[in-house]
Design a protein around this ligand. Structure first.
Ligand code: SF4
Ligand code: SF4
Length: 237
């Protein structure tokens, strides 16, 4: 553990852990759209900016990928920081003005309407879905494609991914809920990935509880007996 100053308060934090965690732990309110403590940091949305003073040098940096180190002094809510964050939030909201989650977050930061020209996107390119698929699920069914204005998240060739297991982790972490996962009857569909999966029905109660493809993937990976997923979690002994 090392000692650092956060908004004038001395706190102890684990060396090398991410500053956003230490600051939030010390009570600072730091917004973020791309940070998820279960995933590798990415530093894309730039809402978690803070000012870090180290010796005589001071810099504005994203706190989600800045490692805690002995002796730093951190300012999380100076006028300059709040202004930078608001500009970044305005840019994000201007990209996806219809997202209710973003509208609410912007309002909390004092923004009613962005000053920038409005686009009509749904995805803020935070990369949480890509990291969840790669680093948690371990299949890398989706990725960023193209650059600049044309940057997007997609399956290979914008078609059904052969390795997607339909688990829904990408939809679960998406801050704008734009992946469009829906379970209807015995089918799970993903609007954004242009994909459908058949859901397995429980042999005991008949409910549709998970994609057959996902269950088979898990069964093989864990070397479980063939009938292991014949019943849903509630009916399993
Ligand atoms: S549903 Fe498919 S794309 Fe989404 S996290 Fe699971 S495997 Fe990846
Ligand atoms: S689809 Fe959602 S999680 Fe994926 S990059 Fe876009 S906003 Fe982020």
């Amino acid at each position: 553990m090392v000692k650092i100053l956060i908004d004038g308060k001395e706190v102890e934090a684990e060396k090398g852990s991410m500053l956003i965690e230490a600051a939030r732990g010390a009570g600072a309110v730091i917004p973020s759209l791309c940070y998820n403590d279960e995933l590798p940091s990415y530093g894309a949305c730039r809402l978690c900016l803070v000012e870090v003073k180290k010796g005589k040098r001071s810099r504005v940096t994203t706190s989600c990928n800045y490692p805690v180190m002995e002796g730093i002094e951190v300012f999380t809510a100076t006028e300059k920081i709040l202004k930078y964050r608001r500009v970044n939030m305005e840019l994000i909201l201007a990209r996806c003005p219809k997202s209710e989650a973003l509208q609410e977050m912007a309002r909390e930061m004092g923004i009613e309407k962005p000053r920038f020209s409005l686009k009509d996107e749904e995805c803020i390119l935070c990369g949480q879905c890509v990291r969840a698929c790669k680093d948690v699920v371990g299949v890398s069914a989706i990725n960023f494609v193209n650059r600049g204005d044309k940057r997007w998240v997609a399956t290979p060739f914008f078609d059904h991914s052969a390795v997607c297991i339909g688990c829904g982790s990408c939809a679960y972490v998406c801050p704008t809920q734009c992946i469009g996962m829906e379970d209807k009857g015995d089918v799970r569909s993903f609007r954004k990935w242009n994909t459908e999966f058949k859901l397995k029905s429980c042999k005991a109660c008949g409910c549709h509880f998970a994609p057959e493809f996902q269950l088979e993937y898990m069964r093989k990976k864990a070397n479980l007996p063939k009938d292991h997923f014949d019943t849903c979690p509630s009916c399993r002994p």
